[in-house]
Design a protein around this ligand. Sequence first.
Ligand code: PEP
Ligand code: MG
Length: 582
Amino acid sequence: MTFALHGIPVSKGIAIGKAVLISRAALEVSHHLVEPGKEEAEAQKLLEAFNHVRLELDQLRMGLPKDAPQEMSAFLDVHGMILADPALAEKPIKLIRTQRLNAAWALTTELNDLLEQFAEIEDPYLKERANDIRQVAERVIKALNLRREEIGGSDFLPPSDIGVKSIIVAHDIAPHDMLGFKEHAFTGFVTDLGGKASHTAIVARSMEIPAVVGVRHASEMIRHGDWLILDGERGIVVVAPDEQLLAEYRKLQTQVAKKARKLQQLKHAKTETLDRVDIELFANIELPEDAIQAVKLGAVGVGLFRSEFLFMNRKQALADEEQQYQEYRRVVDLMHGLPVNIRTIDVGADKALGAGGDVSQTGTSPLGLRAIRWSLTEPEIFLTQLRAILRASAHGQARIMIPMLAHAKEIDETFRLIEKAKQQLSHRGQSFNQNIQVGAMIEIPAAALVLPLFINRFDFLSIGTNDLIQYALAIDRADHAVAHLYDPFHPAILNLLASIIDQAKRANVPVAVCGEMAGDPALTKLLLAMGLTDFSMHFSQLLLVKREILQANVGILKARFPRVLKAYEPEAQAKALERLLA
Ligand code: PEP
Ligand code: MG
């Protein structure tokens, strides 16, 4: 039966494919395809795990003290019976053989099906058996000896033997897992959780793969192998579409691809407004190789290199100085002398470091131990990163960019450590740019309110609107429950942004926006009206934003903007915006 689910559209485009379900966190296991020819060995692994649990249960039963309550042995008997039922292993083995799912993935897929069936049973006794089945499956998974650190996006592979494109459906996807999908041919993403500015959404956009998040019960309502249409423009997921709908969406897909091809013609056009104001478009990147596309699409530098993606979810220790230096140098080399803002590690909140590695815990709250706060509590890790960036600066325009600063003493400590890193390199006789530029991200409202402190001490500023909005409006950017309140048009946000840009321009300190607002073509004219000339965004957005710039007249926009700023009532704001964009 065809039905539609609605969520938050976070990455445009239309995807058509079959659902690949990633099981819920309660039974988090690694998901990967076994190599062709190894299906039987994988099936054997599952059968051995069943045997292992059988022995385990026997031992438990024999070890029961004589006076143990009767329920204990009854409970073990029930588990023994569930395990002995050939049906529990039958379907997973079929999934291993036909779809090459790894054993744990196959078992959890079957488990989810069974739990769904049990959920519909009214009889309370039988309903309770669902828990027994889950416990038995958990024992089997344990026996499969899967460690948590095996979980990772890099293990994911599409079920290519289905012969059609696949769409990932998950309760939630961590940003580093999303990045792990980069090499694989998934054609779309659907998640129950997430907001527009979550890092998972940001990575999906950078991959130019349609994605809809915050679809609440998607992972419960969609089944493995269901046909899906994912409309990343409207936030709609159509499950089991009929032929007519499929044909319509295929037509739409062709039109979208045609438009994208047409946009490519703008690649070599000069980025200036109708009234000849030069605008600079920079790229945001997560991985060094993203720089290749950035250059191809005409970016004049990297405005934000989210260096933390080099550190997240690593199975071994953190990248050492040499490894980091090589990665930073690669970006610098790929950018051929153009500036590269290497943002120091911004972990914490929705970007956790991996379980492996010798690093201390980062905060999971957006108000916790994040970004520079964390780096300053880990001076050795911070110094290692600073030395690596400094060494890369000997080969091009590497610049240091610091996230989440708010306090003067954090700035003092940051500069003290930058000096120390320089001294360490000098002692070693290694070369670096003595005058390396250091910039601050303005992403905490407190920083925006004491901007002269930052203007006086830094070479450049970059506004992180994703966090600035989150903190100014007190909205967790990754929480779908408050996603509707995440509003770049809130008058407080517009006033904050206009004030930062204006103050920096007056002081002649370069200022850019590197949050998602900069890459949203619907907001380009608004930012131009504020006087912004440096935009940093995912390269996938570069040409869309450029098209807006080519059609804008900054003089007119600036003249009309004061009315927008003063419009606090929604109707007044809508009118002022309509006039601005007319
Ligand atoms: C921002 O906060 O706007 C930003 C660019 O940084 P991130 O999204 O990585 O927090
Ligand atoms: Mg930020």
